[in-house]
Design a protein around this ligand. Sequence first.
Ligand code: PMV
Length: 339
Amino acid sequence: MSMTFGWQSPSNIALVKYWGKRDPQLPSNPSISFTLDACHTQTKAHFEAGQGVQVLLDGVETPSFVPKIEQFIGRIQHRHPWLADYRLTVDTFNSFPHSSGIASSASGLSALALCVVDAAQAVGHALLEADPRREASILARLGSGSASRSVYGGLVVWGETASIPGSSDHYALPFPHVVHPVFSNFCDVVILVDVGQKAVSSTAGHALMESHPFAEQRFAQAHTHMAAFKELLAQGDVFPFLDLVEREALTLHGLMMSSEPSYILMRPNTLHILEAIRRFRQETGTPIGFTLDAGANVHVLFPKEVEQSAMRFVNEVLAPYAKDGRFIEDRVGQGPLSL
Ligand code: PMV
């Protein structure tokens, strides 16, 4: 039997950062993210009798991606033994440029996980999780931790924590508490400071948390921050929200700088952008802030209501710090779409 399933799945940006993990790909602390919209991956997965993996990126056969997909299949096979009888062709397309420095693992692996769950149901495999979306989140997590959050839209939580009933280290779930409408249409403009390969991968960064001198304090702090976000998201006061988001981003980079060995992923222009955002916020009273993932690029966050003045600021002040002036305009999105 041969079959094809397709999903479009978005990337996400964490507000409380997952940094540090244990086997099998379980987080050392809880995290919460905004699911994005424009930055997404479209994947068609074709299953036919046989063995092996083939990957097409933008229609071009890309053997360098095969080991990553084989590793993913190897990690999920205990939940999906039926995969052993199938040859998999993954035909994938990213809406954002591959060299942009935006991680495609969250969008790509969540899209593939959703395809695998569809295929499992088509071959009559009984899912270990009754809810197919939850099963997809578990599979995506086994591929890349942050991918577990991309199977839902809006605000998404991953990792067990007291302030979020039902939260789990094994799968993500939509943030279950009241959210003020100001957060439903947040904008995220990604300023592309450095578009090359990261000097230290996220995998290596997570591993350095195992012996990090501040690990325990950091993991405890993430739980406190999750509880604080619950209040801030309900109240809708954007300034303290942005303050906490920024401290989370700088904590992530502070952990990198205080790892052993120490490393720095921010670039001089990253700092110029952070300073410019804080100055603009202070001088104009505009609710605008930043977060960072594990790289040099800056995610500029602001509510839709101030989009006009924020975009003028991005174009005039921030874009000159970007590599070739490039940035990606994104926003909070609704989550994956079946193709
Ligand atoms: O999912 P990974 O292993 O690529 O790790 C992602 C880590 C951060 O992006 C820095 C934080 C997060 O929660 O997404």
